[in-house]
Design a protein around this ligand. Structure first.
Ligand code: NI
Length: 258
């Protein structure tokens, strides 16, 4: 089996002491591509360094909606500079997050950073990895107005089935993670069943959101098969059938052959 992890954070300090082993373990598990996403300038730079060091690692660079404070729109130029590295295959993670703060000023700032980074992705011809939490409607409106011209994935999709069907009309992909394996996780399972398999991706978002049976422990790319197997079961496909579909989706969006 050949797998990928389309969204993780090997640049998180949780991997500082055993990055080498973590990548080796992922390789052993069959992963041929690991997309490491930045969430500010420093973590984006680190993502590029990791991607340069390990052949199976690739980088996404961007400023996460929770990290714009203390930055100006001008700082996106640093993201643009990092994006010129040949292992950078996406702009992300970027988007909107109204979970902790949702006053008008926060929303306006997050929207400005999001829009500017969509424009950057379009200018560079790169796909986007999008984080949207408690902000489905605004995310939809922005993507509807500023269409990503090189594709985009809504990573760790956590919205409703209805919202997903609206997003699907914008030609977006949907990434699913460890929560798909949780018993009480009804809506993500329903989403996976409903959406066309050509729109699906698997990701760990490690070090967060470990799948069963590792729930509560640090997550890592080598655990992708647990999420993949649950997705195969939900779609009623054999592992080989899903492997072929998902790998084609990953290659189509990120232009990386598996
Ligand atoms: Ni993430």
């Amino acid at each position: 089996m050949v797998y990928f992890d389309s969204h993780c954070h090997l640049n998180d300090e949780a991997f500082a002491s055993d990055l080498e082993e973590t990548v080796a373990k992922a390789r052993e598990a069959g992963l041929k591509a690991i997309l490491v996403l930045g969430y500010d300038v420093i973590s984006s730079r680190l993502a590029v360094e990791i991607a340069s060091k390990y052949d199976i690692c690739y980088a996404g660079v961007g400023i996460h909606p929770e990290n714009y404070e203390g930055l100006s729109i001008d700082d996106i130029k640093q993201i643009e500079e990092l994006s010129h590295n040949e292992k950078v295959i996406a702009i992300g993670e970027v988007g909107l997050d109204y979970h902790w703060k949702n006053d008008e000023e926060t929303k306006a700032n997050q929207k400005a950073f999001f829009i500017e980074q969509i424009k950057l992705a379009n200018k560079l011809g790169l796909p986007l990895s999008i984080h949207a939490r408690d902000a489905s409607e605004d995310t939809f409106n922005i993507l509807n107005e500023y269409r990503p011209t090189s594709g985009a994935v809504l990573h760790c999709y956590s919205g409703s089935v209805e919202m997903m069907e609206r997003f699907a009309k914008l030609d977006l992909y949907f990434g699913f993670d460890g929560p798909l394996t949780y018993k009480n996780s009804i809506v993500p399972k329903e989403c996976v069943k409903v959406i066309n398999v050509d729109r699906l991706l698997v990701e760990t978002d490690s070090p967060y959101l470990s799948p069963v049976p590792f729930r509560g422990k640090r997550n890592e790319p080598a655990y992708i098969p647990y999420i993949f197997n649950m997705m195969a079961e939900l779609k009623g496909l054999t592992e080989t059938e899903l492997e072929e579909k998902l790998n084609a989706n990953f290659s189509r969006l990120f232009h990386v052959k598996l």
